[in-house]
Ligand binder design. Sequence first.
Ligand code: NDP
Length: 248
Amino acid sequence: MSREMEGRVCLVTGASQGIGESIALRLAEEGCNLVLGSRRQEACERTAQAARELGVDALAVELDVSSMSSVQEAVESANAHFEEIDFLVNNAGIARDNLLVRLSPEAWAETMQTNLMGVYHCTKAVLRSMLRQRHGRVVSISSVVGLLGNPGQTAYAASKAGIHGFTKSLAREVASRNITVNAVAPGYISTEMTAGLPDEARERLLEQIPLERLGTGADVAGVVRFLLSEEAAYITGQVISVDGGMNM
Ligand code: NDP
């Protein structure tokens, strides 16, 4: 079977675990070479090893998306190893939840710096070469919470809604250079981020999900793979919900 993304290179942020790891391995199945980054390089190395076993070249890098200099260093290492980066998946993210009356300025700032500034830093670091190549794909992982809101998640929701505005604006900026920019808005996905939900909260949550289950990393990874593929060449500036029907 031919592997559609053979020879392409994708930078996936937050690839040490969870959704980022699922995306990385799904792209490896398509033959896509990978640059896998997060603050824990050794954990990304585990994902990279699993990707190599699927027959692709994978480089694990230390990457803190909240810092422009860290992102630049990681992209320089990537460029030294691979000639160019074709695709960027902005997946790294954190949640620091609290009701607004109790939410500290530090928690607000940390959320914004990682989830929204992180997308700015990483996209800026790879965009110039995509513009030169006249092709490229950017997919950012936002959240259903950025579309619907959620009590206790003002900072998280604002950061994810910010990704939607960023996506639509950049899509318009770079469309003429054959670069597409989209966001995927997952609902509740079984990862470490949702592992701490108390049983009662999980029950209440399931009542809001028409498909009556939490999503999996694979549910999200399949849509990201599609948005990076040739079949999605005419899709840009979109926010695609992968949420079991929560937002309809
Ligand atoms: P996890 O908490 O399991 O993983 C988060 C990933 O982000 C880790 O790989 C972590 O790696 C990385 N990360 C965190 N901060 C930074 C940073 N400053 N720089 C680089 N990497 C960082 O979360 P999920 O896999 O569940 O979430 C992935 C994305 O999907 C996030 O953007 C999240 O907001 C979004 N999402 C998740 C949903 C869910 O239900 N799980 C629902 C909707 C959206 P390390 O610790 O090594 O830095």
